[in-house]
Design a protein around this ligand. Sequence first.
Ligand code: ATP
Ligand code: MG
Length: 456
Amino acid sequence: MEKNKEIILVVEDEDIARKNLEHILVKTGYEVISVNNGKKAIELLQSTSIDLVITDLKMEQVDGMQVLRKTKELQPYTEVIMITGYATVDSSVEAMHQGAYYYIAKPYKIGEVRKIAREALFKRQLQLENLELKETLKRCKQISSIVGQSSTMIEVQKTINQIAPSDINVLILGESGTGKELVARSIHQRSLRSEKKFIAFNCGSFTEDLMANELFGHEKDAFTGATKAKAGLIKVADGGSIFLDEIGDMPLTMQVKLLRVIQEKEVLPVGGETPVPVDVRFIAATHRDLKEDVEKSHFRQDLFYRLNVITIKLPSLSNRDGDIPLLAYHFLTQKCQAMKKNVQSITRESMELLCQYTWPGNIRELENVIERAVALASGPEIQVGDLPEYIRNLSVETYRRHDSEFPTLEEQEKNYIKWVLDKCDGNKTKSAKMMGIDRVSLWRKIKRFGLEPQSE
Ligand SMILES: Nc1ncnc2c1ncn2[C@@H]1O[C@H](COP(=O)(O)OP(=O)(O)OP(=O)(O)O)[C@@H](O)[C@H]1O
Ligand SMILES: [Mg+2]
């Protein structure tokens, strides 16, 4: 009952006044630490978490004002109440200015001290709660911010919201970088298990023995070097969710063992005889065609059905109409924050190229491209020159794709320059940059091909 008492630090050089204050506060139910000078108070603030400071203003050497300043520096959410027998308007204004919570003049009434102390402590508690809330919000946003407005992604979001609160197992399918892990985290975050652990495990990066060891744990002396028993990840995720990434890469023998865990709701640690009960939601993911693997007997059908109660198929990025600009801006703000840079936008030409590109590495690739562009950007915008060469060169390829004839190289160059100039609204500096040549060379080519704007 007494364990969470709030701690008040009383700083007062007059013995009777100090004892008196201490008595009032202890009787009210607080834990009180009292010291008779400012130096001791500051030492204490350096080592002990204090909920409230009540300090005399006038003291030898280190006065109340210094205690106040040091408190705000060391423990910013701790309130300070000033008490003094020399109440003057000046010192009270100064104290409030420096962040004191209240200013009490001697002689004070017991009730007044109690009331103000209670309010100051309440304010601190609110501030701490707010801080915690903001942190949680930030974490939640980080974990479950699935950006996307395309019809396929709206459907995915809907499915996630529908199935997250239940305990059913989910299989997430999608090419590399399409956001499988993000979706898995989001399901966990929106489930009733969100307070418990989310454990991600990549089935593709372990040998069979290691995988069993990691997932199921082992008993002491299960193998040479097993000096201590170790809980497996499935047990660690107890009450929460386990994300089995690249499940298609799990060896068949391990699949049998995993199936048993899902069916029996218990794990048998390596070298153990007694199964340990577990309550875990399984979310699996793969970039493979798991159905085909089942047909070819590379994946057990019974396990497939156990994991695949609900399937979420993530579209490749090039199949998400309109999501590229949205995601590009999402990563732009994210990366700017991380790199402390101030790049506010992406030029139209750059965005056109981003939208034309086919993104074999999907969202992860887009994220990397934007990260690189933010790092390279020297002004407030991401320019074509900040994109990797293979994306910059798209302008040539796109042009080629549009032309069915076989023009000569010369014609091809002329048409290409015309096309780029048109794209850049005739801006030669931009056009030259897009083509990767300098402005003078472009000017020469324009003259040679007779591409100057016609005078009207
Ligand atoms: N819809 C989205 N909105 C915002 N960020 C996303 C979205 N989808 C994916 N991302 C981000 O893209 C990156 C890749 O996503 P994730 O790791 O979830 O993909 P994956 O399918 O698991 O990839 P891999 O197959 O390579 O493991 C992550 O940084 C993730 O946060
Ligand atoms: Mg992944």
